[in-house]
Design a protein around this ligand. Structure first.
Ligand SMILES: [Zn+2]
Length: 134
């Protein structure tokens, strides 16, 4: 995998997401880890919580942990699959794209695009988002 505009801080974020899912991986329960970098410099992690109907993704869990700790500005986020080796970076689902648009439209989202790990602004992952009428 090659990188484009990915710096040491981004690598640290990817490592944190990887670590949290490696530590908590449980098939059909917790399969994705996410890490959020906030403007304070703190990194918050989370894993998805599956249930038989629906379970929140890892991203809102990590964002919720950050907000619960008083953080208000998200700088960057990444999600990593615990199912593959090496761990694949996961793009946010549609719900999470809307969540990121609502809470942190200018945060960087680390994704894979054209076989390269890249950063893209959350607002660019959901053009014409709901609520884009402000
Ligand atoms: Zn999601």
């Amino acid at each position: 995998m090659s990188y484009l505009n990915i710096d040491d801080t981004d690598q640290k974020l990817i490592a944190a997401a990887t670590e949290v899912i490696e530590k908590n991986y449980l098939e059909f329960r917790h399969t994705v880890g996410a890490a959020v970098l906030c403007s304070s410099g703190e990194i918050y992690t989370g894993v998805n919580i599956e249930s038989c109907g629906y379970g929140p993704c890892a991203e809102p869990i990590a964002i919720g942990r950050a907000i619960s700790d008083g953080e208000r500005k998200i700088v960057a986020i990444v999600a990593v699959s615990g199912q593959s080796e090496p761990h694949a970076i996961m793009p946010p689902c549609g719900n999470c794209r809307q969540l990121l648009y609502d809470y942190a439209p200018d945060c960087w989202v680390i994704i894979v695009h054209n076989s390269k790990i890249v950063k893209i602004k959350a607002r660019n992952l959901i053009p014409d988002a709901y609520g884009n009428f402000k």
